[in-house]
Design a protein around this ligand. Sequence first.
Ligand code: HEM
Length: 252
Amino acid sequence: MSTLGSSSPSSPTAAARPRASRWPARLDLAQSLSGLLLGLFMWGHMFFVSSILFGKDAMWVVSRAFEGYFFFGRAYPGIVAVAVAGVAALIVLHAMLALRKFPSSWRQWQAFSEHRRTLAHGDTTLWWVQVATGFALFFLAAPHLFQMLMHPEAIGPYESADRFWTGRWWPLYLVLLFAVELHGGIGLYRLAVKWHGDAQRRRLQVLKWSLTVFFLVLGLATFAAYLKLGHEHRERAGEIYTPTWAAPGAPR
Ligand code: HEM
């Protein structure tokens, strides 16, 4: 039997050796790109949802803008549904690609735990947190996306706040917020280390934690704002918000 590097007549020459498949690299790139797009989407999402911090009118304007109200003169919630479908498809693709990296047997789990203990490297622990939060997101993101897909017209200051409080969605949102911020922050950091090189690792770590803390604080402030509004509005839950200045016949 030939050994690695031997030049025995039985070993294939470089030209005759079957070429290594490019697919693992392509799949890796697709996973990186889909993760990057999702990470950027989540930053945008948190800013738009946090418009409630500037008041009910600000959130109403943002919600209607996504429905094309200021462009077409009337609201088309279907536009939001199409965007939700796109995001959901991207999540499915990203999750399918990520599944390749999950330890899939008890033996692999044991090997990884051993590896993590002996290496005691922060980034190996981060990888583990990313796997755990990614797994949680399989379940946590689905109900939210389904709701947004089926009822895109029910997005607005009162509608969203009523969902938080009266609809009792807040426990899901609280766990989802931590899972997605940790997962996205670690994912973007790992991407930067992978494509940017190791030299900047220390700086990237500081940037990563600053962004994670920033989005968690913003998310929690937003969370508190919806919860407070939903609680205040509980007796009139189901009522739709329209600013007093909006044109007669403005959506809902
Ligand atoms: C295009 C797709 C999406 C749309 C249109 C959307 C829209 C919204 C809206 C309007 C809210 C305010 C609460 C409500 O109305 O129920 C919200 C909250 C939230 N969304 Fe999304 N979302 C989308 C995708 C996602 C994804 C993919 C995730 C995470 C995996 C996510 C995580 C969250 C979290 C954690 C909150 C609570 C925010 C907080 O408490 O600060 N959303 N989303």
